[in-house]
Design a protein around this ligand. Structure first.
Ligand SMILES: [Zn+2]
Length: 178
């Protein structure tokens, strides 16, 4: 893995091909920077990966064989759980508790913690009543909280990755009343 100015421990960034939209969203939820734009063709994907020193995730051996691609990973399976386990396993990555659940899964922008009052009327009333901490995506405006969706996502992560409680999965649950 190429060293960067901030050292070899720097997390890789990714670009995912058009087949891997779900994988891109899961990697983002766990904190990784993943570009995903199904309108890009193979040539554009390869150039983007090279230009920004991103790991190109693809189901397409031909794309990864392009000479310009220095860092690529052939995703073997159709199942997103197996895909996620493969990527983390082959690159030796572990989700960072400080970065998990801080990135918008829809548009890849880092989310920001926002005051509870600022999301009133923007989230369901029950959610507003039972949660204190909210994050908002400055890119697309989506609001995130550690509710039912996260609990379901955590259950998937445990099933796919094993190895104990994933980061951010032991905190505020959907039933917690502040
Ligand atoms: Zn967003």
């Amino acid at each position: 893995m190429a060293e960067r100015p901030d050292g070899p421990a720097a997390e890789p960034r990714f670009v995912a091909d058009a087949m891997l939209g779900r994988l891109a969203r899961w990697l983002r939820l766990l904190g990784w920077d993943v570009l995903y734009d199904p309108s890009l063709d193979d040539r554009e994907l390869a150039r983007l990966a090279a230009r920004e020193d991103r790991v190109l995730l693809s189901r397409d051996r031909g794309l990864l064989a392009r000479r310009i691609v220095r860092r690529g990973l052939l995703v073997r399976d159709d199942d997103v759980g197996l895909q996620l386990a493969q990527v983390l396993g082959e690159l030796g990555l572990r989700p960072d508790p400080a970065r998990a659940w801080t990135r918008c899964s829809v548009c890849n922008t880092l989310t920001e913690e926002v005051p509870k009052q600022s999301v009133e009327g923007r989230v369901p009333a029950y959610t507003f009543a039972t949660h204190d901490r909210f994050r908002r995506c400055p890119g697309c405006g989506r609001v995130y909280w550690a509710g039912t969706h996260r609990a379901l996502a955590c259950a998937d992560l445990v099933r796919w990755l094993g190895g104990g409680t994933p980061p951010g999965c032991d905190g505020e649950g959907p039933q917690k009343v502040p």
